[in-house]
Design a protein around this ligand. Structure first.
Ligand code: DMJ
Length: 674
């Protein structure tokens, strides 16, 4: 018997080897005649055996030689193919220098750009690591995530790995467009010529440049992210079963509520599904948008809410998926919201009838809230950049400029109301970082970031406001000395803090990350601890809507006091949002652990067995938290999205140097990425 023992002996001990066993006859090659049927079938083998050892060696050598030649010629033939494939990228690098020559438009993020600047500098395009050839796809009816023609590396439905389609023979009409599209939000680079539209907005249908992304090693999904996906599935099941296409799920009564009648939850959740990798759900929702989302309706919508949820959701989904359906819908709703700005002061009305094209303030006043009119800018500015129509940006920039000059601020802090006729602040003297003012501060910083940190007035107003917060609103509680942001009413400090204020640590951290003073980060660290304690000190481990902090130590009292009217929880995102920023910027795992606790408590007290999650009336009663029978759209749009991002260690999963989140957690590109 022959075995490969000799060869194995030459190998280091313990290495695996393959043992091949032949019959003794075969082994020695003597070849006795055997006339059995089986033997006859092996005539080749017989002939082989009849050859002399020299003849066999020559044949084997020839085979080996041919094989080597084959391999060499295959690899050298591959080069021309490769260079053909990458040529488009190389072309992009040099073409902008040729006057008048326009570049291919990216499927996403079309924008005016000096394309060579970024592309040339990009380490991602270094010769050692050539970029993946861009996948080309565009068109109203084609989802960019549609199954590729070959080799899409989508491992599992819940796999966090980026999925990039290998080069395909793209459709002809797509040939001039280049972008890397994958099944994850972070994959499409917003640095594709993202320049502010301020001077002249170019037609995005005209060519621009694209930077292709080099794929990194996939970052595996972890258990906590899986738990978020599970929670999303559960919430989505309820919505799908009982509220499909309606605004909000009522999970207990297994029905729905309408606010605008525009499928609010579905739209708010689109980019979350994209980021979580829920492809089937996304495609199903996309179909609904394509077939059922109609804005030509005689319905009053709130300008702010429909901007941050619908316009913001459509724009970010367009960016993530590259699917122009979402851009078209965004343009439609954007245009329909414009009548809101037809006011004597240009400060927009709160409500618009998107079917009739009329707008009006609430019935009882001609005021709008300050947060509402100053937290629509990220979306309208981006819509101008994408549509090539300046009017959107002009309208919202005018509001900011006007508010910048207004009197009635207190060290940068703004009152809560502004009059649409006079353009002046009203109800002076009350200052809060909570409801009605909160996102004014958030959008000062975020617009500055979105526009490439050039709009100094925005930064000035932001910096001044944070100084105002420090001067007038910061206090420390007893007994744990938690730093919190209270309110000021006509000179009197109130130790009241809305859960809404918990956006602030995240915003401060984002500012510090973008080069603002390190003090802001210190304050962010202190405030996020407070926001966490607003959960941890409560019986259910869930925060109420509003807390009052104790300023004086009292025996048996915690820092956090809750009034009966304030003890509800609406599944709000702000603390989780800030935890996400804090973890991104510090890497301190405690922030993930805190978020994990919160998720578990949502599961414990707000999950409805038949599908969906519900807001609750009483966070202080674990045995009966009193479900309210409503799942707000921001639970899917924001809370679960921020949870998923918080648990991720992949900084490119919505890279914060390339995207800025609107106040409803919809990521929009930074025009000139860091
Ligand atoms: C969301 O609609 C937005 O986050 C908004 O800025 C505040 N309110 C809810 C979430 O709490």
């Amino acid at each position: 018997m022959y075995s490969a023992a000799a060869a194995a002996a030459a190998l280091p001990p313990r290495r695996d080897f393959i043992s091949v066993t032949l019959s003794p006859e075969e082994a020695v090659g003597t070849g006795g005649y055997n006339n059995s049927k089986a033997w006859r079938r092996r005539s080749c083998w017989r002939k082989w055996k009849q050859l002399s050892r020299l003849q066999r060696s020559v044949i084997l050598f020839l085979f080996a030689f041919l094989a080597v030649c084959g391999v060499i010629s295959y690899t050298s033939m591959g080069e021309p193919w490769k260079s053909l494939t990458y040529k488009s990228l190389d072309d992009q690098r040099i073409e902008p220098e040729i006057p008048g020559l326009k570049l291919a438009n990216p499927a996403v993020l079309p924008a005016p750009q000096k394309a060579d600047a970024n592309l040339g500098d990009s380490p991602e395009l270094s010769p050692q690591k050539p970029p993946k050839p861009p996948h080309v796809r565009r068109g109203p009816s084609n989802l960019q995530i549609k199954p590729p023609r070959r080799d899409v590396r989508l491992k599992t439905r819940h796999d966090t790995s980026r999925v990039v389609e290998e080069p395909v023979q793209a459709d002809k009409e797509e040939k001039t467009e280049k972008s890397v599209i994958s099944w994850r939000g972070a994959v499409i680079e917003p640095d594709q010529s993202t320049e502010p539209p301020s001077s002249k907005i170019k037609d995005p249908e005209k060519p621009s440049s694209v930077e292709a992304e080099v794929q990194k090693e996939p970052v595996p999904i972890n258990e906590r992210q899986m738990a978020v996906i599970e929670a999303f599935h559960h919430a989505w099941k309820g919505y799908k079963d009982f509220a499909w296409g309606h605004d909000e799920l009522k999970p207990l009564s297994k029905s729905y509520s309408e606010w605008f009648g525009l499928g609010l939850t579905l739209i708010d959740a689109l980019d979350t599904m994209w980021i979580l990798g829920l492809k089937e759900e996304f495609e199903e929702a996309r179909k609904w948008v394509a077939n059922n989302l109609v804005f030509d309706k005689n319905v009053d919508v709130n300008l702010f809410e429909s901007t941050i949820r619908i316009l913001g959701g459509l724009l970010s989904t367009y960016h993530l998926s590259g699917d122009s359906l979402f851009l078209e819908k965004a343009k439609d709703i954007g245009n329909r919201l414009m009548p809101a700005f037809k006011t004597p002061s240009k400060i927009p009305y709160s409500d618009v009838n998107i079917g009739r094209g009329t707008a009006h303030p609430p019935r009882w006043t001609s005021d709008s809230t300050v947060a509402e009119v100053t937290s629509i800018q990220l979306e309208f500015r981006e819509l101008s950049r994408l549509s090539g129509d300046e009017k959107f940006q002009k309208a919202v920039d005018e509001v900011m400029k006007h508010v910048h000059t207004l009197s009635g601020k207190n060290d940068g802090l703004v009152p809560m109301f502004i009059n649409t006729n006079s353009g002046q602040f009203t109800h002076l003297g009350v200052y809060t970082l909570g409801a009605r003012a909160d996102s004014y501060y958030e959008y000062l910083l975020k617009q500055w970031i979105q526009g490439g940190k050039k709009e100094n007035e925005l930064l000035e107003d932001y910096m001044r406001a944070i100084e105002g917060v420090k001067k007038h609103l910061l206090q420390r509680s007893q007994p744990r000395k938690l730093t919190f942001v209270g309110e000021l009413a006509h000179g009197h400090f109130s130790a009241k803090m809305d859960h809404l204020v918990c956006f602030l640590p995240g915003t401060l951290a984002l500012g510090a990350h973008n080069g603002l003073t390190a003090d802001h980060m210190k304050l962010a660290e202190a405030l996020i601890e407070t926001c966490y304690q607003m959960y941890a000190q409560v019986e259910t481990g869930l925060s109420p809507e509003i807390v009052h902090f104790n300023l004086h130590a009292q025996k048996g009292h915690k820092d956090v006091e809750i009034k009966p009217a304030d003890r509800h929880n609406l599944l709000r995102p702000e603390t989780v949002e800030s935890l996400f920023y804090m973890y991104r910027f510090t890497g301190d795992k405690k922030y993930q652990d805190w978020g994990w606790e919160i998720l578990q408590n949502f599961n414990k007290y707000t999950r409805v067995p038949t599908g969906g999650y519900t807001s609750i009336n009483n966070v202080q009663n674990p045995s009966n938290p009193e479900p309210r029978d409503k799942m707000e759209s921001f639970f899917l749009g924001e809370t679960l999205k921020y949870m998923f991002l918080l648990f991720s260690d992949d900084i490119d999963l919505i890279n914060l140097d390339k995207y800025v989140f609107n106040t409803e957690a919809h990521p929009l590109p930074i025009w000139v990425p860091a």
